[in-house]
Design a protein around this ligand. Structure first.
Ligand code: SF4
Length: 359
């Protein structure tokens, strides 16, 4: 039985990254540094790249931020999206400064001619635009018609923008529709997806702090992905954006849509547990974030049951009192002191993956 059938969408390019149903779902994130602080922004983007971020968005709230884009772009390896609100001139400046895509919400840019200026320049430079529609910026006439920012209102707004852009001869667009809760977002995206073949950027806006945000995102994004909807995604969290990327991959992996990097499996622990599994598993996960190859690594609480319970893991360790055992696909291959266990496990994974962390 087919597990997930992706909705057919056209391809839109963000720099050299294709977004659409003919390609894998793209993981993106957004920096939370001041964009004009080039050093800090580049450093954060490098961290994001390291954990698999494929497209990055930066806020452009000022001329200085827009003018920082060429230098940022020169020093990073992923396409750069400029996020612009209210001021169409900043969108123009971002495009002139090499943004690979601009994210605008036409509802807050203001008069139509301003939006048209952005579209004209994007068209000349051959870059794409992401149109963001959210509950807070639905035009008055649509809001009056529906009385509240219900999914139909969001979808009508998005379709109106699509029509306007098409009338201007511009179709290099992807959309995001975000309500203030999971339900509105899911229904809006489903409805929009049934009416067009434009690619969709999915995510739950203002998802929240780490745990509540991760759960809300996993539920909202997960439902949409299961329905075959979503060509690129961002998990929004009020934490370091690196966590957003890691969670995005965990969601994609759980749905078997994409596999990247190490999945650390740890046992739930029980009365037989002889080590601090939680701390160790977190440390293993942190130390292996640079690995791209999809591997399963187990951290188990006891040597009696651990290797058997985790025999599907590519490699793992299990506590055995004052020592650890190292096992590969359920077979014990070594006995290690507590001090050497972690290092040996990391080495073993890097060896299997053929990837060693850059020093
Ligand atoms: Fe308990 Fe050992 Fe299983 Fe962990 S691996 S849950 S400690 S039996």
């Amino acid at each position: 039985m087919e597990w997930i059938k992706r909705r057919k969408t056209r391809t839109v390019w963000v720099g050299n990254v294709p977004i659409g149903s003919s390609y894998p779902i793209v993981v993106q994130s957004m920096t939370n540094t001041f964009t004009e602080d080039v050093e800090a922004t580049v450093a954060q983007i490098k961290e994001l790249e390291r954990v698999g971020c494929e497209v990055v968005r930066v806020a452009v709230p000022s001329v200085r931020a827009a003018e920082s884009l060429p230098e940022i772009k020169r020093r990073i390896n992923v396409p750069l999206i400029a996020d612009v609100h209210f001021d169409y001139k900043l969108a123009l400046l971002s495009i002139e400064n090499g943004a690979d895509c601009v994210r605008i919400n036409p509802g807050n840019i203001g008069e139509t001619w301003k939006v048209k200026e952005i579209v004209k320049l994007a068209s000349e430079r051959g870059i794409s635009i992401r149109i963001g529609v959210n509950s807070g910026s639905i035009p008055k006439e649509v809001l009056n018609k529906y009385g509240a920012p219900i999914p139909e209102a969001l979808v009508e707004t998005a379709l109106n923008y699509a029509k306007t852009f098409e009338d201007w001869g511009f179709t290099n667009i992807k959309f995001s529709l975000k309500g203030s809760d999971v339900k509105t977002t899911v229904i809006s995206n489903k409805l929009f997806a049934s009416k067009t073949d434009y690619p969709l950027h999915i995510g739950i806006t203002e998802a929240g702090t780490f745990i509540s945000g991760a759960v809300k995102s996993a539920v909202g994004i997960g439902i949409l992905l299961y329905e075959g909807i979503g060509d690129t995604l961002r998990v929004s969290l009020s934490t370091h954006p690196k966590e957003e990327v890691k969670i995005a991959y965990k969601i994609l992996r759980a749905l078997e849509l994409r596999k990247r990097g190490v999945e650390v499996i740890s046992c739930p622990t029980c009365g037989r547990c002889l080590v601090d599994v939680e701390t160790l598993a977190e440390e293993v996960e942190r130390r292996l974030e640079h690995i791209e190859k999809p591997l399963k690594v187990a951290v188990m609480g006891c040597a009696v049951n651990g290797p058997g319970e985790a025999k599907f893991a590519d490699v793992g360790i299990a506590g055995a009192g004052d020592y650890f055992i190292l096992f590969v696909r359920g077979k014990v291959i070594d006995k290690l002191s507590q001090e050497e266990a972690l290092e040996r496990l990391i080495e073993e994974v890097e060896r299997i993956a053929g990837e060693v962390r850059e020093k």
